[in-house]
Design a protein around this ligand. Structure first.
Ligand code: NIG
Ligand code: ZN
Length: 405
């Protein structure tokens, strides 16, 4: 969209964050200084010669799992496709085996180090999916692990039930769908109603050989009736008409979309369904690149995600933005909007996150550079460029002192 080309940049600006963690003022330093001349602050950061950005929002990750898949990376480099590996019992199935067997404490500890890594790369709000259990016990275990991270880490989390990430071994699509509708979702509803769990979104991998359009529809509809936002994987490896289905169901977002059709793009634009594009996956799997330019032209709200998972091992939204610019042909302004305000929209959080505006959460980055574009331009340079990561007004990471994380 045109607006994504025009970021509002304030030269010599200041931001004031209140004790409630919300932004109280943002604007020219001179006028803020005048208004707050009598005020006392708990902490003042002199960001002269630096640059302040909204915290980054990662709209799609699978960060709870055990067992890496480095061996499959080698197979894929040698020519195996994602679905070749999946059909041979690897891929998601490999991770499901290890995650089912894993102790909660191990999953909490690996999730926590992954989320800290994301924080250090500037992510302050992240979507986290379940989906490596594919049965009641492990799906709930994964969601509880995400809840634990929410309780103990400062990073903001939007959580997603993704019990339909693959059809479990030994079950047909119909049997797996029935299990989700009759067993898993009712239990999840019970946990949500009792306050034991706060889940935000429902996801299905709508793909040939995984969940077809009919089963996807029934699962997403059931989730929506429970108050979950529809946010699912669609049109990744084959054109499935997932985009049209999502638009019809009022989906908040659809991810991947490498194979979306023109009709799908038009339907998503009309329904204000965000497209969460995942440049790391298209890059690693050598897929056709998602049609970001066509989507932007049609008026779709384009967001970005890292898709962190054992297939696409990348935690860094600055790298994702770089790939979005080079491979998806987005401008740097578009990529930043897609990794902040639009990603917040895809998670239903754009009223509180995604930009530096009064009343929003005081989540921001301070960069060791006067030009924000360096964060995208310097591939991998975020390690030195990000000086502070701040969430709700608290310094969570100080790169000079490597404090906290
Ligand atoms: N495509 C489906 N799900 C993930 C991959 C998960 C996995 O391979 O473990 C994705 O978004 O890329
Ligand atoms: Zn995914």
């Amino acid at each position: 969209m045109d607006g994504m080309q025009y970021l509002k940049i304030i030269e010599n600006g200041s931001v004031v964050i209140g004790r409630d963690g919300r932004i109280e003022a943002v604007g020219a330093a001179d006028s803020i200084k005048a208004v707050y001349s009598e005020a006392s602050f708990d902490k003042v950061i002199d960001a002269s010669g630096m640059c302040v950005l909204p915290g980054l929002v990662d709209a799609h990750t699978h960060p709870v799992w055990a067992g890496d898949r480095v061996h499959e990376f080698a197979m894929k480099l040698a020519g195996a496709s994602y679905m070749d590996v999946h059909r041979a019992g690897g891929g998601i199935h490999f991770t499901v085996g290890h995650t089912r067997a894993a102790e909660v404490s191990d999953l909490v500890s690996s999730l926590s180090s992954r989320l800290k890594r994301m924080l250090r790369t500037g992510t302050t709000l992240v979507e986290c999916k379940s989906g490596y259990g594919l049965e009641l016990h492990t799906e709930m275990k994964m969601l509880e692990v995400i809840e634990e991270a929410r309780r103990t880490l400062p990073i903001n989390i939007s959580s997603t039930y993704c019990g339909a990430h693959a059809v479990p071994k030994g079950k047909t699509v119909a049997e797996a769908t029935e299990d989700i509708l009759q067993v898993q979702l009712p239990k999840l509803k019970e946990y949500m109603e009792s306050g034991a769990m706060k889940v935000n979104n429902i996801d299905v991998f709508c793909e040939k050989g995984v969940y077809d359009l009919t089963s996807t529809k029934s699962i997403l509809q059931a989730g929506k009736e429970m108050g979950l936002n529809i946010n699912f994987h669609g049109d990744e490896l084959h054109p499935m008409n997932s985009a049209q289905l999502g638009a019809e169901l009022g989906a908040l977002a659809i991810s991947h979309l490498e194979e979306v059709t023109d009709e799908g793009i038009a339907a998503m634009a009309k329904a204000s369904t965000a497209a969460v594009l995942l440049p790391t996956t298209a890059y690693i799997l050598r897929l056709p690149q998602p049609r970001a330019r066509d989507m932007l032209k049609a008026g779709i709200i384009v967001a970005l995600g890292s898709d962190f998972n054992p297939n696409a091992y990348c935690c860094s939204m600055p790298i994702v933005m770089h790939l979005a610019c080079v491979n998806l042909r987005m401008s740097m302004s578009e990529a930043l909007a897609a990794a902040t305000i639009n990603a917040a929209y895809a998670l239903g959080c754009s009223r509180t996150h995604g930009s530096l505006e009064v009343h929003k959460d005081g989540d921001l980055l301070i960069l060791n550079t006067t030009r924000w574009e360096h964060l995208i331009y310097q591939l991998g340079g975020h390690q030195e460029l990000i000086r502070y990561v701040i969430i709700k007004g608290n310094i969570i990471y100080d790169n000079d002192r490597t404090m906290c994380l």
